[in-house]
Design a protein around this ligand. Structure first.
Ligand SMILES: [Cu+2]
Length: 139
């Protein structure tokens, strides 16, 4: 089952042929800078009135996803928190949003952002070249 999934992912990766090709440039949100908006949301459990984050965790071994969903679906305006633990150094790249985070072996790294651009975006592991998952942002 897992093997099958990985095969599909591999095929997808080939078909979509990685980054650099997609026109991330015609961006709506030009300015650089870290959008570390409201960071410390150590909100207690209970009232989830603010924009809830869709949080997902992935485990990567040898450059391949071994746990975590192969697709994420969120609506525009939702926050997405992607946590990745890899056993090798790599770089995570969210296409469309052009966000990256360095992965340190054995240490969970989290990338959190607001889904503002509708579409289907690859989330890729740069060093291994594999697709980690696909982010679907619905309008
Ligand atoms: Cu990329």
């Amino acid at each position: 089952m897992l093997k099958h999934t990985l095969a599909i992912v591999a095929a997808l990766t080939l078909a979509l042929a990685g980054c650099g090709t997609d026109a991330d440039t015609a961006g709506t949100n030009g300015p650089a800078g870290t959008d570390s908006g409201t960071t410390t949301s150590s909100a207690p459990t209970g009232t989830t009135d603010s924009a809830s984050a869709v949080a997902v965790s992935f485990t990567v071994e040898g450059g391949e996803r071994v746990s975590g969903p192969e697709q994420l679906e969120v609506a525009v305006g939702e926050r997405v928190a992607i946590e990745v633990t890899s056993d090798t150094a790599d770089e995570l790249h969210v296409h469309g949003y052009n966000k990256t985070v360095a992965l340190t072996p054995g240490e969970p790294a989290t990338l959190e952002f607001e889904a503002t651009i509708a579409g289907v975006w690859e989330i890729e592991l740069h060093d291994s070249g594999n697709l980690l998952t696909e982010l679907r942002v619905t309008p």
